[in-house]
Design a protein around this ligand. Structure first.
Ligand SMILES: NC(=O)c1ccc[n+]([C@@H]2O[C@H](COP(=O)([O-])OP(=O)(O)OC[C@H]3O[C@@H](n4cnc5c(N)ncnc54)[C@H](OP(=O)(O)O)[C@@H]3O)[C@@H](O)[C@H]2O)c1
Length: 328
């Protein structure tokens, strides 16, 4: 049996992403076959499409090892492999695909039952549930900070997938949140619950006269030296990217060698996806986390979605609708 998929057989611009037929996967023992209803194109997909030298060591030297990308999925269980006990056909599920096997930019995907998968949050639409990847990086960062009540955190770039998630989750952990965004995202940052919102297009955020326990740089755009004066003496800096001219890399190295944990990256813990998706479902059901959806494209127009995400201008997530609209 065949299915529709966005196929990527070589690296390059979004022009190499072609809609075509691929074999429908069969669930092996311990795997769940999902009819995909929604997925996303995110910055990780874009990085995998045009990897640098280090990226190629992970994704495949001359061409991509896997031909179907896509991490976040939401859909309905179609079948389960032997030994699967937690899910059954007809269950509405969401989560993240493993990065080494084919992903969710297709009609069907298989994921391990032990992986990053959970039943959908109550009353959520499929497009509202494809939020895990950015939220996973955000939460991994907040956990490395050990954010909690009484802490003050500044989140720079609070409009991206990671930044918008970090604002909501830091509030859920009880921290006092200052969000820094360009003018057009001020309302968004307020609506996510930030205690204070700074317009970085209109004022110098590094001179607001406050000090923070944590600074979370969620877009990798600004020199570390501008953040230094915002940190308390024992404060910690974290970035989701290598920063301008890769300047956060030597700082990370210094921090690792000195074992002082002053500069960190939000690396998710190995095998932590399963627990995280269950945690995010609980936050969504408690009204503490919601999807920020910028645009929605049908699977047929996925190359357009890649082009848009590559601009670095999306707010939250860009959804790919794979199956007919959700009845909810
Ligand atoms: N999402 C992922 O899966 C993932 C995983 C690992 C690492 N990363 C890295 O993490 C970073 C963030 O990714 P993301 O997906 O969360 O967001 P993103 O797609 O990079 O979104 C960026 C957001 O930040 C805003 N922004 C851009 N330049 C800015 C600046 N100079 N100052 C303040 N805000 C600015 C943009 O607003 P405007 O359009 O108004 O400029 C946009 O809303 C990227 O560098 C990415 O490579 C992402």
């Amino acid at each position: 049996m065949m299915m529709r998929a966005a196929l990527i057989r070589r690296y390059g611009s979004p022009d190499v992403v072609k809609i075509g037929d691929a074999p429908k996967p069969l669930p092996a023992a311990g795997e769940v076959l999902i009819r995909v209803h929604a997925t996303t194109v995110n910055r990780t997909d874009c990085g995998e499409l045009r990897p640098g030298v280090i990226g190629r060591l992970f994704f495949g030297l001359s061409r991509p090892r896997r031909t179907i990308f896509g991490f976040d999925f939401a859909g309905v269980v179609e079948a389960v492999g032997a030994e699967v006990t937690a899910f059954k056909p007809g269950d509405r599920v969401f989560g993240m695909c493993p990065s080494r096997s084919n992903g969710a930019h297709a009609d069907y995907v298989c994921v391990p039952e032990s992986g990053a998968i959970a039943l959908m949050p109550a009353n959520a639409r499929f497009e509202d549930a494809v939020v895990c990847e950015g939220a996973y990086y955000a939460d991994s960062g907040l956990k490395r900070f050990h954010v909690g009540p009484g802490h003050k955190i500044l989140i720079y770039g609070a409009s991206g997938a990671i930044g918008s998630s970090a604002v909501q989750l830091a509030k859920a952990y009880g921290a006092e949140v200052t969000a820094v965004v360009p003018t057009r995202h001020l309302e968004l940052a307020r609506s996510l619950g930030a205690d204070r919102v700074i317009d970085c297009s209109a004022e110098d955020f590094s001179r607001i006269g406050e000090r923070f326990d944590f600074v979370f740089e969620a877009v990798g755009k600004t020199s570390y030296f501008r953040y230094r004066r915002l940190l308390k003496p024992a404060g910690t800096f974290m970035a989701t990217d290598v920063g301008p001219w890769g300047q956060y890399l030597p700082l990370l190295l210094w921090s690792a060698i000195a074992k002082n944990n002053r500069v960190l990256v939000p690396l998710p813990p190995p095998g932590g996806g399963h627990a995280f998706v269950a945690f995010l479902k609980a936050r969504m059901e408690a009204g503490q986390f919601r999807a920020v959806i910028d645009r929605t494209y049908p699977l047929e127009a996925i190359a357009e979605a890649y082009r848009y995400v590559e601009t670095g201008q999306k707010a939250g997530i860009v959804v790919i609708e794979v199956a007919a609209a959700d009845p909810l």
